[in-house]
Design a protein around this ligand. Structure first.
Ligand code: ZN
Length: 448
C-alpha cells in the first residue's frame, strides 16, 4: 500500500525537520518515503486529508507488566505502598496461566494503541509453577493487536526463604531462568531493521533476584547482544533493603554487579542522590520514568529535571499500579509532577512528548527506525483531531495542547504501515470478546 497524508495541519516530527504546518507525509508499505511542505510526486493507493489533524511519531512505552491489567484497582491494595502491595498481589498473581497471559496482553495492548502507543516493552517476571509458556502467550496477545513489541524475559530467583519478598511458588531456579533466556532470545529476538519483536533480559529487582543471577544475566546479555532491564531505586524500603542485605545503596550495588552500562535501562530511579545521578549519566544508562505509578504508590518524585541529557523515556508501568495504560496521561503526569518539585518551567509539553517518542526509541536502542517522522523510518504514526471537545479553545499551540489539554486518546494510529485506530475506533478483531474474557479471568483470580 502507498499512503499519502496531505495538508497535515501540524506535524511534529521529533526529527531534524522539527515541526511543519500544512505538511505532507508519504508511506510505502511499512516505511516513510516523504516528509515535507510540498506535495510529493507519484501515485497513491489512498490519500488521507489531514487538514484538522496533528501528527506525531507513535509513542514508545518502555515499562509495563501487561498481565497486571487483570488486577487493576484491587480494593485491598488501593492504598498500599510498594512492598505491601506486592506481598498481597503475589498471592493473586501466582494463579496466572497461559490464557490469562494472552488475554491480558491483548487487552493492555489495545488500550495502549488507543492512547497512541506504537511500540511497547514489557517485563513479565512471574512464572507460577514454572509456566514458562506464558511469555510466548503474551507475545501472541500483543501481536493480535499489532503493536511493535520489545518484551523482556523477567525473572525472580530469591523468595522469602532466601530473604527476598516473593513466595516460593512464583520464583524459579537460576538454571531454569538461564535456559529460558536462551530459548526466548533464539525464538523471538529479531535483529533486523523494522523488527516487530525484540527481546531483552530483566531480572525483576534487587529484592527478588540473587546477586549471582544478576551477574549471569548481564553476562548472557553481553554474549547474545541484547538489552538489560530492571526496577531500581523505586522506594525508600528498597534503599533500606539493599543497605541491609548487600551493604550498598541500589545504584552502587548495580555498579558492583557491572550493571551500569549503555545496554541497561532502569525503571523508576526515584530515590537518587545527586552523585548517583552523575554516576548514571557517566555510564549512559537509559531511564524509564513512571510518574503515575510513583504517585499511585507514594514512591516519590523522580529527579528527571536533574537527569536531562540522559536517555529518558516514559513507562505506564503495570496496570496494578497505574491503573490505566494511557501514554498521553503518562506524559502529562510527567510534565506536571516535575513542576510540583522544580517549578513551572521544569518540563515543557514538547520535552515530555520527546520522552514519549524519540526518548523511548533511544532507550530501547531502536532509534535507527522508530521514534521520529523521517524518511526511511518505520511508518509508526499517530494523529489527533483538533476539532475534539478537549481541544476547544486550546489551539494556540496545537502540539502543546495534546498534553496541556489532555487529549485522552488518538484518532488515528498506524503501526508499521498498518492502521490500528481510525476515526478514534480500535480496529482489533474480537476486542469485545477479549474484554469479556478478561473480566471473567480477573474475577476468577481475585476470588481464588
Ligand atoms: Zn514495574
Amino acid at each position: 500500500m502507498k499512503y499519502l497524508f496531505k495538508n497535515i495541519s501540524h506535524l511534529a516530527t521529533f526529527g531534524p525537520q522539527k515541526e511543519i504546518t500544512n505538511a505532507f507525509v508519504a508511506v510505502e508499505e511499512n516505511v516513510i518515503t516523504y516528509v515535507g511542505k510540498e506535495a510529493p510526486e507519484g501515485e497513491f493507493d489512498r490519500t488521507v486529508d489531514c487538514s484538522n489533524m496533528i501528527m506525531l511519531p507513535g509513542f514508545v512505552n518502555t515499562h509495563h507488566h501487561l498481565y497486571q491489567s487483570l488486577t487493576r484497582n484491587v480494593r485491598k491494595v488501593q492504598n498500599s505502598k510498594l512492598f505491601d502491595w506486592l506481598v498481597n498481589l503475589y498471592e493473586i498473581w501466582k494463579n496466572l496461566d497461559e490464557e490469562a497471559s494472552y488475554v491480558s496482553a491483548a487487552v493492555a495492548a489495545a488500550e495502549m494503541a488507543l492512547s497512541g502507543v506504537t511500540t511497547t516493552s514489557d517485563m513479565l517476571y512471574l512464572y507460577p509453577e514454572g509456566k514458562n509458556s506464558i511469555f510466548d502467550e503474551e507475545i501472541k496477545g500483543v501481536s493480535h493487536v499489532g503493536l511493535r513489541f520489545h518484551p523482556t524475559r523477567g525473572a525472580m530467583s530469591m523468595s522469602k526463604k532466601d530473604g527476598g519478598l516473593p513466595p516460593d511458588s512464583v520464583v524459579q531456579t537460576e538454571d531454569e531462568i538461564l535456559s529460558e533466556y536462551e530459548r526466548v532470545i533464539s525464538k523471538y529476538h529479531d535483529r533486523s531493521k523494522y523488527a516487530m519483536t525484540r527481546v531483552a533480559l530483566a531480572p525483576c529487582s534487587p529484592f527478588s533476584v540473587t546477586e549471582k543471577l544478576m551477574i549471569e544475566t548481564r553476562e548472557m546479555a553481553e554474549e547474545k547482544d541484547v538489552l538489560l532491564h530492571t526496577h531500581l531505586s523505586e522506594t525508600k524500603d528498597e534503599d533500606e533493603f539493599c543497605v541491609e542485605k548487600f551493604g550498598l545503596r541500589p545504584v552502587d550495588y548495580m555498579d558492583k554487579l557491572g550493571w551500569l552500562n549503555p545496554r541497561v535501562w532502569f525503571a523508576h530511579l526515584v530515590q537518587l542522590k545527586d552523585e548517583e545521578i552523575e554516576k548514571l549519566k557517566k555510564h549512559d544508562v537509559g531511564v524509564a520514568h513512571c510518574p503515575s505509578s510513583n504517585m499511585r504508590l507514594g514512591s516519590g518524585i523522580a529527579p528527571i529535571t536533574k537527569m536531562k541529557g540522559m536517555r529518558i523515556s516514559l513507562g505506564v508501568d503495570g496496570s496494578a499500579s497505574n491503573d490505566t495504560g494511557n501514554m498521553i496521561l503518562e506524559a502529562r503526569n510527567a510534565m506536571l509532577l516535575q513542576r510540583v518539585k522544580y517549578g513551572a518551567d521544569a518540563l515543557t509539553p514538547r520535552e515530555a512528548l520527546e520522552f514519549a517518542t524519540l526518548g523511548g526509541a533511544k532507550v530501547l536502542r531502536m532509534d535507527d527506525y522508530i521514534g521520529s517522522i523521517e524518511v526511511g523510518k518505520a511508518a509508526d504514526l499517530i494523529m489527533f483531531d483538533m476539532n475534539k471537545l478537549e481541544f476547544a479553545g486550546g489551539l494556540d499551540d496545537p502540539v502543546g495542547a495534546i498534553l496541556m489539554c489532555d487529549a485522552k486518546k488518538v484518532d488515528f494510529n498506524m503501526i508499521n504501515g498498518k492502521i490500528i485506530v481510525e476515526d478514534g475506533k480500535l480496529l482489533v478483531e474480537d476486542i469485545e470478546k477479549l474484554i469479556e474474557r478478561q473480566n471473567e479471568i480477573s474475577n476468577r483470580l481475585l476470588r481464588g
